[in-house]
Design a protein around this ligand. Sequence first.
Ligand SMILES: Cc1cc2nc3c(=O)[nH]c(=O)nc-3n(C[C@H](O)[C@H](O)[C@H](O)COP(=O)(O)O)c2cc1C
Length: 339
Amino acid sequence: MNRLESVLGLDLPLLQAGMGGIAGPELCAAVSRAGAGGTLALYKEPPERVRELVRSVAASTSRPFGVNVIPEVTGPAACRAQLRAALDQLPGHGFVTSFGLPDAGTALDIVRSGHVLVIQVGTPHDADVALRLGAGVLVLQGTEAGGHLLGELPTARLLRETRARHPDAVLAVAGGVATGTDLAQVQGQGADGAMAGTLFIPTVESAAHPYYKQRVVDASADDTVVTTRFAIGWPARPHRVLHNALTQNAPRHPATFIATTRAGDRRLPVPRYSAAVPVVETVGRIEQMAMYCGQSCSRVAGQHPATVVVEEIRRTYEAAGQSHDRSTEGEPWKTRSNR
Ligand SMILES: Cc1cc2nc3c(=O)[nH]c(=O)nc-3n(C[C@H](O)[C@H](O)[C@H](O)COP(=O)(O)O)c2cc1C
């Protein structure tokens, strides 16, 4: 068992990213049952619904799972309200992942609850701060990642610099991991494991719109771009998406409504350039919406149940581990005992 597995109670050193609108109770529970780090996205969900969602996951898996918050989207007060509702229902072995740094009060609430605090960062400086806030696990997000980007360094460099500053920290990487070989490779570079988002978009249990799932399956890394265009609802942070008519350098179209989508029990209009992803209940011009996608899409094939995806990673990871062990004797973080 490696350090990430032992801190979070997993039997594979892989976390599924909380993905707003996509990673609901079905995906989170399926990944958790498969032994990886299933994570429920709380995104902008109100506390009453958070309670219901966490309860529903807890009823479907006896293994550890996490909840994900985005303090910069909700603001600190709403984030703490979401967490109060979630922590009430989260089993003892659960964890909380934060996209970006939470404020000190929020971090303290989580640490005091006894759940492991996992913070995703994009710079070595934020990694330092996250550890001071009490994070038990850091997720280092490189620019290969799909979705909003926390920094400007590719995964390998961010990992190298952070590992040099924090030799004993539990570090996972996010961005570029979609196979067991990728996972073994980042471990060879000094990571304790990884977080993957794009890999899980096309799974059967993901709530992504079927058109979006197929676009991810068909895409290769060159079909993704970093843009700032889908800023309505989540401004001022670049994001990696599948390119479409709106990401080209063409003049901007008006931000009129192009679709409707679900938020809890309500239907909401979606303006062009909204940060909202197309989900299964979205109706309208799906191809113009924000389809977040990482460069690892090149290695994502087919729309499978999440268990099949996790099992396939486990199989290729173990196979890569065996060949890796033979070729890396003497390098401490590459040995089997560290896995
Ligand atoms: C569709 C999509 C939605 C995402 N939404 C969230 C989110 O709600 N919260 C979060 O912490 N990270 C979110 N992320 C970013 C992930 O945490 C992670 O950095 C990323 O998925 C890693 O890169 P990969 O997608 O190439 O595996 C999202 C990523 C994607 C692809």
